[in-house]
Design a protein around this ligand. Sequence first.
Ligand code: GAL
Length: 442
Amino acid sequence: MLGLLSLIITLLILPAVNALVRDSDVGKLPALGWNSWNAFECDIDHIKIMIAANQIINLGLKDVGYQYVNIDDCWSVKNARNASNNRIIPDPHKFPGGISGVADKVHALGLKIGIYSSSGETTCAEYPASLRYEMVDAQAFADWGIDYLKYDDCGVPPEWKDEYTGCVPDSDEDPASWNFPNGTCPGLINAAPEGYDWTTSKTHQRYIRMREALLSVNRTILYSLCDMGHANVNTWGNTTGNSWRITNDIRPEWGRIAEIANQNVFLLDYVNFWGRPDPDMLEVGNGNLTLEENRAHFALWAAMKSPLLIGTALDSIDDEHVAILKNKYLLAFHQDPVIGRPAHPYKWGYNPDWTFDPAHPAEYWSGTSSTLEATLVLMLNSEDANSTRTAVWSEIPELKNYNSYEVIDAWTGNNLGCVQGQYSITLQSHDVAVLVVRKGQC
Ligand code: GAL
């Protein structure tokens, strides 16, 4: 019995095999922070970055764990590197004090700073990128005080492109080819032969070059891969970086959020300490998402233990959206220091289990939280109208042993007392119920 217990504890504590383990637990848990892209795209400068940093403090986001302030694309001079040391040149108009100037100020607030480059010759917005300059750039980032690198897959010259194409569901225009994850991609041009080892791909080699450069500098820089699912990154992301993007870009539209959530559901076995698929940065506060859609997006991303990078302007965000981002139960689940595994669907609900449906991802989720000493239960209404969802304790692996549990509604914080057998709630379209369920005194 004791042997079994210690085996279980060891399995819970050990990182996934061959994960990228870094000093000071950097990258062990999914990142919490902010990134400039979804809010501002290329229209960035030191003022906007410092507004975000200061607002992370003022809004109490730092107090609940948000720490990274990440500068995305378009931070440099466009068509040149420094002639004497080959470094990328920070745009002197956008960043008059250089990147190191902003980094110092961000660090002075007790926060960390991130930057962006690509594994090609140019970034997606056609600024200089790091292929063949990996060492130069990693050293510059380290000297500037960078703590996080998002590394994209744009600007790749022909000789560094892959021979084969992998299956990325959302990059195929023909939805008929979407029988991911179990089948093939019939519409795929130049598909890899059966059993192809994607660690031999050029994409993997390009990402490894930057990993080696980052590991060689005297600063711990979290390595976040952004290859949008290319080259079957799920098979090597965990040994290369601490997170890896699985799709093309998110947009502030429910249909896109549901589509990405549906894809990530099939990748949850890759999520653990030190490594996780990245379903892209948050759109909370952006576009015309309803409040329900905002909180469903946040709850799903937190339950999947995805990086949570806020992507909205923090000087104009309203209190309701800040409250979503600060939900203490979801953040406690997300940042669990003992359990690395995410929540999993215990039932699809709208669809039969394991259905790949971009409009209706799995609706019923559960996961254990050591911090909350509870099971987190999510119920999503993926339909376009109000609908009722019921959590039946006997259907939930973590809860099936008893009939009565204490339930807290994570959105209101209300303790609903001992609930016998099941809990039903009518949800608005695209809303999610989040329950903290424990034995308590029941
Ligand atoms: C995309 C990436 C976005 C953003 C953008 C910058 O490839 O997915 O998140 O970084 O490039 O140009």
